[in-house]
Write a protein that binds this ligand. Structure first.
Ligand code: HEM
Length: 453
């Protein structure tokens, strides 16, 4: 698959395929000595950076994969004055906080709200010991030219939950295929590389030449209130007479997400889970929300209009399908499993060491068309998907009903297949943004020739 067009030794490995390890540390840093940092970057750090080519074959994969990305403040600290052509990146994520993303700023981790985050190392491996050993190596090489601003340890969930996010749903199934790079699976949209890589075909913005083959990384620390989510499903379980109460609670969750916990899409498996379908890559992404004999403007018997995966990738709800607003996701869960005490009380602990959620990572060549667009114009917009008989409501997983205020009630329709006009009110956010930052993940060539001294 890796034979055409793109220079895969130049593109950092997380962008197109993801580092796909069970442990991933996000180490956010401040540059305190720019000259020293720049001289170590090319000589010492560059050889540790993992390009796409190295991740493609098992025998070339490093023990610990390393990627690096810079915020606008970080580029400023390095004395790089070129405009990368992305206002969201230039202004930083804090500038988007309330009106665009809907975050309540008081929930932001102070480091993200401050000015000290210049860049981030992504360190991924099978064990935390490996990750920490590589972090020490990086810090020794950089010799005091950076300090830690913040860090977040991501880790896959244990046992059978591996690959599932904290609400229990299989993640990492649907990402776009990229022309000239990946062979599409059935149902997978094929998009221009320029949607994800600057300066490649399909990127319409003018960029400095050194920015080619870089990508913007939107990072978000998204806390998940798992006990509250589970209690909501039980309290609002659907009423299919052929299902048990537990199954009716599961069904509600599956309809909010648009997939069962197994990963099976509800568009293909509307009333009962289908684990065999879920596990088959030839089938598990092969759907587009249209069904012969059903009216697309009214039919929610298969998948609700408001379902998370439908709001964030509406597939054939657009005709022709949307080709401008797509991201490649590469996140990983963080934090421990729910404790017995939390389960019993249906409330997330306030102990910071028990916080759990998703270390969300999205790559795109234009943040205002990618992550920020999906969150603002689709997830947080009650009228999207447009043109339906009933307004869908805000995304029941990631949407926020208030601009800058948490826990504003959301009123999605369509969750109850027996009455699509029925509104199930959600009085609480199950996903709470703890903030984040926008970064630029440069090519290896740019690291060597532009960012280093
Ligand atoms: C898909 C969970 C945040 C965009 C999914 C899937 C799950 C999921 C379980 C289905 C698996 C798959 O298709 O790979 C979550 C959770 C989140 C979260 C628990 C927060 C804690 C976000 C955010 C965005 C987003 C913030 C963008 C604004 C998408 C997209 C897809 C997806 C584009 C693929 C849809 C498709 O192609 O069918 N998410 N997600 N997600 N999510 Fe999220």
């Amino acid at each position: 698959s890796a034979d055409v067009g793109l220079n895969l030794t130049n593109i950092q490995g997380d962008i197109l395929i993801g580092m796909k390890k069970n442990k991933e540390l996000f180490f956010f840093f401040t540059i305190v000595n720019s000259t020293s940092f720049r001289s170590q970057l090319g000589s010492g750090i560059l050889p540790l950076i993992t390009p796409t080519s190295q991740l493609l074959a098992v025998d070339t994969q490093p023990t610990t994969a390393v990627n690096i990305a810079f915020s606008q403040r970080g580029l400023n600290a390095l004395g790089i004055t070129d405009d990368l052509g992305d206002t969201a990146f230039t202004n930083g994520q804090i500038d988007n906080v309330a009106t665009i993303l809907g975050d309540e700023t008081s929930n932001w981790e102070p480091a993200f709200a401050g000015t000290g985050i210049h860049g981030v190392f992504l360190l991924a491996s099978d064990t935390i010991d490996n990750v920490n050993a590589t972090l020490s190596q990086v810090q020794n090489i950089l010799n005091g030219s950076i300090t830690e601003a913040y860090s977040l340890q991501g880790q896959a969930r244990p046992g059978d939950e591996q690959g599932h996010e904290h609400f229990g749903f299989m993640d990492g199934i649907s990402n776009p295929a990229v022309t000239g790079f990946s062979t599409p699976l059935p149902g997978q949209q094929v998009l221009d590389p320029g949607l994800f890589l600057l300066g490649e075909s399909g990127d319409l913005v003018s960029r400095p030449s050194w920015a080619q083959d870089g990508s913007f990384l939107a990072f978000r620390q998204l806390q998940q209130r798992v006990p509250e989510f589970n209690a909501f499903l039980v309290d609002n379980a659907l009423s299919n007479p052929n299902l048990t109460a537990d199954q009716n609670a599961e069904l509600l969750g599956a309809r909010m997400m648009g997939r069962w916990k197994s990963g099976a899409p509800v568009d293909l498996a509307p009333t009962v889970d289908d684990p065999v379908l879920a596990a088959d890559p030839q089938q598990n992404n092969n759907f587009n929300y249209t069904h012969p004999g059903f009216d697309e403007a009214t039919d929610q018997t298969h998948c609700p209009f408001s379902a998370h995966v439908r709001k964030t990738n509406p597939r054939s709800d657009f005709n022709p399908e949307d080709t401008a607003n797509h991201i490649i996701r590469a996140g990983i869960p963080y934090g421990p499993e729910v404790t017995d005490a939390e389960n019993a009380s249906n409330v997330s602990s306030t102990d910071p060491s028990l916080e759990r959620g998703l270390a969300f990572v999205a790559y795109q060549s234009d943040i205002n068309n990618g992550f920020a667009f999906l969150q603002q114009n689709w997830a947080n917009n009650a009228n999207f998907i447009f043109g339906k008989a009933t307004p869908p409501g805000i995304d029941p997983i990631i949407g926020t009903g208030g601009l800058g205020q948490a826990d504003v009630p959301r009123t999605p329709s369509g969750l109850d297949p027996s009455d699509p006009t029925r509104i199930i009110t959600i009085n609480q956010d199950f996903v709470v943004s703890r903030g984040g930052e926008y970064f630029f993940s440069p090519s290896l060539f740019a690291i060597q020739n532009t960012l280093s001294l």
